[in-house]
Design a protein around this ligand. Structure first.
Ligand code: MN
Ligand code: MN
Length: 430
């Protein structure tokens, strides 16, 4: 819960994970010239994703043991020209990131996280609205007294993308004979606090996330409720799992990637060649590099795509196949295939590999169950599994069942979180 509260965005996850790794004797790969079995290293890419490794006894070309999770979560980003004034209020225009149910994001406290790069290159890191002494920021909604027309809309249009405007001020700037005084007042406050001008929004990455804190859930305290557990619950357990490794046989790799929620693209996404760059650097520093060493390493590798799965919600039984849905409190779920409408877009794990993973879990007394995401033809989804399969690795989806996925406050079972930690640790070793 500490990790969830202090790492709400991908960049913050990189920072807090790096801190944890350094405390556990992992070194930046750039600072070492040779690698030996037992060495612990990490690699940060553009401050947006991080890979960690413990070097194994066997050659890299005999394959890696990879556990890959993603550090980004659905949220609300700002548009490039966000600030405007309308009828007595200043607002920020937004463009949401990842799949959200838009109506869930109004009338909740929001905090602003991210960075602004000024024209002189100065980078300003911002966290605003997390501290209870700081003001919060919000998207408004209609009262039920006036929502008659809005209530007739389809739920997915209850609040539209263009209505997700964040209210940020209401006091006009004084002694100034100009229009848009409220907007000016907000700009003035931001200028005093961060030294920025309006144009600097065009070189910013400001992400709005729920200002809630993670909490235990249920009278029995059996669950965790928090923003961003997709996929920080797997990021954290994958990271914790690799910390315990001493002298593994195969080189173990923990991947915390970015941009999963928008299709893995971009310089910090898993479709980027940066993962190859990292493995090539390991090959180079292990003195193993040769023209086909990378492909050999990949094709002999085994991976878990560590991501959450939509668990059966008894309140909404229509969309879940109760015989095949993941369930909270039953340990990690193994998802052989994802996709939608006839397994479309799924890399599907070969049965032989599923058996191999199950054997590791059985030998280590790890609770697991096999599942798929919802009923056939009700929807679906995918993970970065296919990007690892494309590289020639055997890969299986294995993660923590989750309720209210992609909502501002998601629910996981503490038991499952602990099983995930043990499962990933065992897989790195196996
Ligand atoms: Mn996910
Ligand atoms: Mn997701």
């Amino acid at each position: 819960m500490y990790y969830l509260n202090h790492s709400k965005t991908e960049k913050e996850i990189v920072e807090s994970s790096k801190e944890i790794l350094i405390k556990n004797n992992f070194k930046d790969i750039k600072t070492v010239s040779e690698l030996h079995p037992g060495d612990r290293i990490f690699f940060v890419n553009k401050n947006r994703n991080i890979f960690a490794a413990v070097i194994g006894e066997d050659p890299i070309t005999t394959g890696l043991r990879v556990v890959a999770a993603h550090a980004d979560s659905p949220r609300i980003d700002l548009k490039q020209n966000p600030l405007y004034e309308n009828s007595g209020f200043a607002y920020l225009k937004t463009h949401y990131y990842g799949g959200i149910r838009k109506y869930q994001w109004a009338t909740i406290p929001l905090a602003m996280h991210g960075l602004i790069v000024k024209s002189n290159g100065d980078k300003i890191n911002i966290t605003y609205g997390e501290d209870e002494t700081e003001p919060t920021l919000m998207i408004t909604d209609l009262p039920p007294h006036l929502s008659q027309a809005q209530d007739e809309r389809k739920l997915k249009e209850g609040i539209t993308g263009e209505e997700l405007n964040i209210m940020v001020g209401s006091i006009p700037y004084s002694n100034e004979n100009i229009s848009e005084k409220i907007k000016l007042n907000v700009l003035n406050i931001l200028n005093e606090k961060y030294g920025i001008k309006e144009i600097d929004f065009t070189t910013s990455e400001l992400e709005f996330v729920p200002a809630f804190k993670a909490r235990s859930m249920g009278f029995d305290s059996s669950m965790v409720a928090s923003y961003g557990q997709d996929d920080k619950v797997c990021s954290y357990t994958a990271l914790r799992g690799i910390l315990n490794l001493r002298n593994p046989k195969k080189t173990a790799i923990c991947v915390l990637t970015d941009r999963e929620e928008v299709g893995f693209m971009g310089v910090s996404g898993m479709e980027s060649r940066i993962f190859e760059t990292f493995i090539l650097e390991i090959l180079e520093k292990r003195n193993e590099n040769s023209p086909n060493a990378l492909n050999k390493a990949f094709s002999n590798s085994k991976a878990l795509s560590a991501d959450v799965d939509a668990a059966q919600d008894p309140n909404y039984p229509d969309v879940f196949d109760k015989y095949n849905s993941s369930k909270l409190g039953h340990g990690v779920c193994i998802v052989k295939y994802g996709g939608a409408r006839g397994k479309s877009g799924s890399s599907e794990s070969p049965a032989e590999f599923v058996a191999e993973v199950k054997k590791i879990f059985d030998e280590n007394n790890i609770s697991y169950h096999s599942s798929e995401l919802g009923k056939v033809d009700k929807g679906g989804g995918g993970t970065i599994a296919l990007t690892l399969a494309n590289r020639g690795m055997e890969v299986l989806d294995c993660g923590v069942p989750i309720l209210c996925m992609h909502s501002p406050y998601e629910i996981c079972s503490k038991y499952d979180i602990y099983q995930a930690y043990r499962a990933y640790e065992a897989f790195y070793k196996g």
